[in-house]
Design a protein around this ligand. Structure first.
Ligand code: UDP
Length: 466
């Protein structure tokens, strides 16, 4: 797109893989459309810029860094925090440095079309953008259905649904948000539930006051939720996903030894025989659950690839709580790794099912490869995504965390892999086709991307500033 040459977009991702990765993918998409993109990123979980030579990176530092070991965002300090407290701290610590960095970038030369900030940063980024006269577009890295649930929080609170979450009515339908049940409401265990409501409210209000919201989803997948959001938010919305399937020029990936070994192992498996198990980059489980998963995978007698991220199992380093000889006993039937190239794994013909925590990226990545899912959501939007995977798109089976013992795991895996999950594979394949179509020349996501580019180029930031 010639008209976007020389125009710059500034992006401000949240520093977690499930948020950072889609923002970087979006940066690649906009770069492909002729924009230059600058990523303002936090010093917390700082990325490796050399992996994205087409983008410009600037680090934002907070004021307590490097001063005599009292950094509240150091590894040792943050490992003690729950996710809600960590997000609160990130928002607090980076608000002012972000404001200064944005002002420096905007004052620096090229025309800045807009800021694209992660929805979780909320209204902080709105004030900063307003001050320098730049329009703000929001990227929501989760799905549309879960955002509808977040937007309904004040109503659900008034109606007492969150009290029921602790009670005996977990299986009741949330009549305002079918097909969600009370147990699917996207909350998270935290010492500070009021802060959770504040973060969510800030995210929703920040989206409403933005100049548009970009979604990593597609119309054929979430049509009704997107229609609801259109009227709820009253700003332009751009469902242009799945981001990772857009054709853009990417630098070649660097593969480490673990990734090579994983590919070699997958190459030796029968087509669609492997259960790939991974619970994302943030979820943590108890040692007891870890052992049930291990035995369930082993007893299913299916080949499995299992990502055990260091930090996944509370209070342990990595695999040390497995019984002595467990790994040797599995032999080549199973493979346990610390991290996988998930996109590559899901695209591998050997993979037959994905046992997932249902993070939105994982959900979308699985849908795009037509891989049926076994759903064990842990918190927030994962609970909503799982309900949609199982009841709406019907491309997965539920394996609730509270019911997850080795017998149940074995049963569900065998159900998904051997009994073929009652048409689940066919539906997964059909959904994959829809995901491909939305990115074709006249597909909905391609058209929405054209609209987004036109929208962004139409911003007259000087008029906005006055
Ligand atoms: N991921 C990966 N390798 C792993 C685990 C995760 O590449 O071993 C990637 C995955 O492809 C996805 C992201 O990390 O893009 C996780 O995002 P998601 O929204 O699924 O879950 P979260 O980590 O935010 O809970």
């Amino acid at each position: 797109m010639e008209e976007s040459k020389g125009s710059r977009i500034i992006m401000f991702p949240l520093p977690f893989p499930g948020h950072f990765n889609p923002m970087i993918q979006l940066a690649g998409i906009m770069h492909h459309r002729g924009f230059s993109v600058t990523i303002l990123h936090t010093s917390y979980n700082s990325p490796d810029p050399s992996r994205h030579p087409h983008l410009t990176f600037r680090t934002i530092r907070h004021n307590n860094e490097g001063e005599g070991g009292d950094d509240p965002l150091s590894q040792s300090e943050t490992s003690r925090l729950d996710l809600v407290s960590l997000i609160r701290l990130l928002k607090q610590m980076y608000a002012e440095p972000f404001r200064e960095s944005l002002a420096a970038e905007v004052g620096g030369g090229d025309t800045v079309c807009c800021l694209v900030s992660d929805a979780i940063w909320g209204k902080n980024t709105e004030d900063a953008a307003e001050e320098v006269g730049v329009r703000r577009v929001v990227l929501r890295t989760g799905g549309a259905a879960s955002f509808c649930a977040f937007a309904a929080f004040p109503l659900l609170r008034d109606k007492g649904y969150f009290r029921n979450k602790q009670g005996s009515r977990l299986d009741d339908l949330v009549i305002e948000l079918p097909p969600l049940k009370v147990k699917d409401l996207p909350v998270i265990e935290t010492n500070d539930p009021e802060e959770l409501y504040r973060i969510i409210n800030d995210m929703v209000e920040g989206a409403k006051s933005s100049s548009g919201v970009i979604w990593n989803t597609f119309e054929d997948l979430e049509r009704l939720s997107l229609m609801d959001l259109n009227s709820e938010l009253q700003v332009p919305i751009f469902p242009i996903g799945p981001f990772h399937k857009h054709s853009v020029d990417l630098p070649p990936k660097t593969k480490n030894k673990e990734v090579y070994e994983t590919t070699n192992w997958l190459d030796k498996q029968d087509p669609k025989s492997v259960v790939y198990a991974s619970f994302g980059s943030l979820a943590a489980i108890e040692e007891k659950e870890f052992l049930e998963i291990a035995w369930g995978l082993r007893n299913s007698e299916q080949p499995f690839l299992w990502v055990v991220r260091p930090g996944l199992v509370r209070g342990t380093e990595w695999l040390e709580s497995l019984p002595c000889g467990f790994v040797e006993n599995i032999g080549s039937k199973g493979k346990i790794v610390k991290w996988a190239d998930q996109l590559e794994v899901l695209a591998h013909p050997g993979v037959g099912a994905f046992w997932t925590h249902c993070g939105w990226n994982s959900t979308l990545e699985s849908i795009c490869e037509g891989v049926p899912m076994i759903c064990t959501p842990c918190f927030t939007d994962q609970l909503v995504n799982a309900r949609y995977i199982v009841d709406v798109w019907q491309v997965g089976m539920m394996l609730e965390r509270s019911k997850m013992d080795r017998k149940e795991i074995e049963k569900v895996i065998k159900g998904a892999m051997i009994e073929e999950g009652d048409g689940m594979k066919e539906r997964s394949f059909a959904l994959k086709e829809k995901a491909n179509l939305c990115l074709s020349k006249d597909g909905s996501s391609s058209k929405n991307l054209d609209k987004l580019v036109t929208h962004v180029l139409s911003f007259d930031n000087n008029a906005f500033a006055s």
